[in-house]
Design a protein around this ligand. Structure first.
Ligand code: ADP
Length: 268
């Protein structure tokens, strides 16, 4: 009760205190106001696409957005934004890539010689990379940073939860997943780490026929509202299967795509 998540100024002894000590320092030249983790139960449900769209939407609303791509073994953020140049650095730190609308991005793909090079690294190396994206990158005046988390609740997800000062998490699901179980796992993990869940985005929720306008539930009927209510959270958006969406994400033009459902999400 009344927890401000600022353990340094708090005298209460509680379980989250030991977690707090694992937090790592932001680069002294960086400024990041809010950090939001985007998670999913498994790969391929659209977590990276939703992360990108959230950053695009907040940037359009006038906030400085950033994306920290913690999905180190499956980095798809640079591709969605058409970023090809390798990140540059100086003795002060690494500079994030800047997208055409000004979003700051750091991803392992910006450091590899070829974007097709696989990341064949063990867990601790991957976790160390994510920590360095926080501590060694110079994030310039960021209002909202979105962290594209690796799918599931493994080693790297745990590192992000423990080392970065997350203000909240957003869960991305699709109707064909074992949604209830996945949401429950995410809720429990976030509870253990004392991080609020901001809500659920159901991706690939339906397909709207361009001819007759009828909505079809391709992956079966959605039960996301009941599931959200069960876990005391809310549905932030239900996104359709949209070939245009896939085209923009796959051709590096995600900043051209406008989603009213994403724009309606209120994070501030
Ligand atoms: P994840 O990060 O969960 O692994 P991605 O965001 O990389 O998933 O999405 C997987 C693929 O599905 C990508 O090719 C992406 O363009 C496509 N995709 C994601 N969401 C949608 C959608 N709502 N409609 C159509 N294609 C989508």
């Amino acid at each position: 009760m009344g927890c401000t998540h600022d353990c340094e100024s708090c005298s209460t002894s509680c379980s989250s205190k030991s977690e707090q000590s694992l937090k790592i320092e932001l680069n002294e030249l960086s400024s990041v106001k809010k950090v939001i983790g985007v998670i999913s139960g498994k790969g391929g449900v659209g977590k990276s696409t939703v992360t990108s769209m959230l950053a695009v939407s907040m940037q359009r609303k006038g906030f400085q957005s950033a994306i920290l791509d913690a999905d180190v073994t499956g980095p798809s953020i640079p591709k969605a934004f058409g970023l090809k140049e390798r990140a540059k650095g100086s003795e002060l730190g690494i500079f994030p890539a800047i997208t055409s609308t000004g979003i700051e991005v750091m991803s392992v793909n910006l450091l590899l010689e070829h974007e097709t090079d696989p990341v064949v690294w063990r867990g601790p190396v991957i976790s160390g990379t994510v920590k360095q994206f926080w501590s060694d990158v110079i994030w310039n005046d960021v209002d909202y940073m979105f962290v594209d988390m690796p799918p599931g609740t493994g080693d790297v997800a745990l590192t992000v939860f423990q080392s970065l000062p997350l203000d909240g998490i957003i869960i991305v699901t699709s109707p064909q997943e074992l949604v209830s179980m996945i949401v429950e796992k995410a809720v429990k993990m976030a509870d253990m780490m004392n991080i609020p869940i901001l809500g659920i985005v159901e991706n690939m929720s339906y397909f709207q026929c361009p001819e007759c306008g009828k909505k079809h539930s391709i992956f079966g009927d959605s039960h996301i509202e009941e599931i959200a209510a069960k876990f005391n959270t809310k549905v932030l958006a239900k996104l359709p299967i949209d070939p245009e969406f896939a085209k923009c994400a796959d051709t590096g033009t995600i900043e051209m795509y406008v989603s009213d459902s994403i724009d309606e999400i209120k994070l501030s």
